[in-house]
Design a protein around this ligand. Structure first.
Ligand SMILES: Cc1cc2nc3c(=O)[nH]c(=O)nc-3n(C[C@H](O)[C@H](O)[C@H](O)COP(=O)(O)OP(=O)(O)OC[C@H]3O[C@@H](n4cnc5c(N)ncnc54)[C@H](O)[C@@H]3O)c2cc1C
Length: 413
């Protein structure tokens, strides 16, 4: 039976090892409060604590059970928007800076997870953006040209290499060497534990109800206490009712994901891509150039995970029905890319909500109407790299050591 609306990462995690942090109680004072215990909040709490700051993280529910647990677990080295489109939206300097920040972040995120020895099935993997249609090929060529003109190396794959390495019939692809796949829930609870080791205080089941501020200080209120602080980092993924006024900066969407049952070895061999026996596993995440794109990766070397089929944000009452419909759609779309998998069944089908900005880059930083606040909203990069990017940019904002290019992530870029 297909499990709908559930996260395979959560299901695979032993219940006895699910971390438990106490509810927040009482009045206190701290240097920084992080609101939201997803991958962004936990990575940021770790970065702040590692920089020697006194930090408190407040999670409304439990650590890592928001969008994080419903992502595909890909550390990509690109921000998920075509370079040519980004250049048009924010200019050459901004696009180039965003690209460099993302690439650096992917590499640093991988080394951080290794250094902290976080057991999250981290595996370094390259990726490829493929063009399956003539129109997609034209877009990819345009992007290749824009990247080259901006001074980036672009490694293209020809149809033969695409067929051999990825098992796909496509006319062009851009290959990226760096990146990784992981279990996003394990990464998140690991980073939460690492933040706690560095002295961060974590509280679960402690939704922030209200935040007030004056010129000097902000006060964060939960049901059982209040925290006075100089800094509030809002890492809830998108504006919650606490920040309704900021919703106008975003479009709200839902994306879908499917994990298949194990694919028999014979079919895996026919497909080629991700084949465990292959000597060089250079390209194991495939992203097509459809709009919205599909991301395809292997899990445990024998199951396929595909995301895509995005829609406008769906109403809660329709959610169950739409997830079933989109699971079928994604399986069909997967079979058009890989006809060999026809007949393979979906084990899981689920949805995740997100907010997207006009330019496709997240907003990371302050907003003039909210003194003492820093926000991390609107990552639509389809990879978890944005969580690490946010932690670095927000720490730079907090310590007043901004890089000149960081304004490309600002609300008023
Ligand atoms: C369109 C899209 C596609 C994506 N696709 C992929 C993909 O294919 N692969 C991939 O690896 N990643 C993907 N991601 C990225 C991934 O989902 C996230 O970037 C990453 O997991 C970080 O999540 P987060 O911490 O920002 O949000 P979340 O994990 O949602 O964390 C936010 C937390 O804030 C808490 N919260 C909310 N309100 C309050 C409150 N008032 N008080 C306290 N806590 C509160 C919530 O309970 C939640 O735990 C995608 C993202 C988007 C937008």
């Amino acid at each position: 039976m297909t499990k709908y609306g559930r996260s395979p990462w959560l299901d695979a995690f032993p219940t006895s090892r699910v971390p438990a942090y106490p509810r927040h109680r009482g009045d206190m004072q701290t240097e920084a409060v992080v609101v939201g215990g997803g991958l962004t909040g936990c990575t940021t709490a770790y970065a702040f604590a590692a920089a020697g700051l006194k930090v408190l993280l407040l999670e409304a529910d439990q650590i890592g059970r928001g969008a994080t647990a419903y992502s595909s677990g890909w550390i990509a080295e690109e921000p998920g928007v075509a370079f040519a489109d980004l250049e048009k939206a924010v200019g050459l300097r901004g696009a180039r800076y965003a690209w460099q920040v993302w690439r650096r972040a992917a590499l640093d995120f991988i080394s951080l997870l290794r250094r902290l020895d976080i057991k999250c099935h981290l595996e370094e993997r390259g990726s490829a953006i493929v063009a399956a249609t003539t129109e997609q090929a034209a877009r990819l060529k345009r992007d290749q040209k824009a990247r080259r003109e901006a001074g980036f190396d672009v490694s293209m794959m020809n149809p033969l290499a695409i067929k051999t390495d990825l098992g796909l019939d496509a006319s062009a692809a851009i290959r990226s060497k760096h990146g990784a796949t992981l279990d996003p829930y394990r990464a998140c609870v690991g980073l939460a534990a690492a933040a706690a080791d560095r002295g961060a205080v974590l509280s679960e089941r402690s939704p922030v109800r209200k935040i007030t501020f004056n010129r000097k200080i902000a006060t964060v209120m939960t049901a059982n206490g209040r925290i006075r602080t100089r800094r509030v980092v809002v890492a809830t993924g998108m504006p919650t009712p606490l920040f309704k006024a900021l919703a106008r900066h975003f479009w709200f969407h839902t994306t879908y994901a499917v994990q298949t049952e194990p694919v028999p070895a014979k079919i895996r061999q026919q497909i080629g891509f991700g084949r465990p026996a292959r000597a060089s596993r250079s390209t194991d995440v495939v992203r097509d150039s459809a709009q919205p794109p599909h991301i395809i990766r292997w899990i445990d070397d024998d199951r396929i995970l595909i995301t895509g089929a995005d829609s406008e944000a769906i109403a809660p009452r329709l959610r169950d029905k739409v997830i079933v419909q989109r699971t079928g759609q994604l399986m069909y779309e997967l079979s058009t890319l890989y006809p060999e998998i026809s007949g393979i069944r979906p084990d899981y089908g689920w949805a995740a909500d997100y907010a997207r900005t006009a330019e496709g880059l997240p907003y990371l930083g302050p907003h003039r109407n909210y003194p003492h606040h820093l926000f991390a909203f609107g990552d639509s990069s389809r990879s978890v790299t944005g969580a690490y990017v946010a932690s670095r940019v927000l720490l730079r904002h907090h310590s007043g050591e901004l890089d000149r290019g960081d304004d490309v992530f600002g609300f008023h870029r």
